[in-house]
Design a protein around this ligand. Structure first.
Ligand code: MG
Length: 122
């Protein structure tokens, strides 16, 4: 069965671009436009196998989103890849320490993103 990936980004352009790449690889894709929307989507899609999340978003940013879901039993083990324009070491450290499995800086090469997803999905 194809794996379900939740793409979280406030940019519709990025969401559509990432979704296009993932669908071409056979993944099922759901999208959310910020952290709050993503939490809502998590409760309606079962299971979400992996999350790709932006950091800078309105209402709830990626750091808060990751921190929030890592405190919940149902979501604490879902692999998370951050995809952000913020590439400073302190941002990467923060993302990883809050519970992201990987941190990728935009623009990310599609092949590299897909390779990382497949690696995390085992
Ligand atoms: Mg953003």
């Amino acid at each position: 069965m194809s794996k379900h990936i939740l793409v979280v980004d406030d940019s519709k352009t990025i969401r559509n671009l990432v979704a296009f790449v993932l669908k071409a690889e056979g993944f099922k894709v759901a999208m959310a436009e910020d952290g709050l929307d993503a939490i809502e989507k998590l409760s309606t899609i079962d299971p979400v196998d992996l999350i790709l999340s932006d950091i800078n978003m309105p209402r709830m940013d990626g750091f808060t989103f990751i921190k929030t879901i890592r405190q919940q039993d149902a979501y604490k083990d879902i692999p998370i890849i951050v995809l952000s324009t913020e590439g400073q070491e302190q941002d990467i450290q923060k993302g990883i320490s809050l519970g992201a499995n990987l941190y990728m800086v935009k623009p990310a090469q599609p092949e590299k993103m897909v390779r990382n997803i497949k690696m995390l999905l085992g």
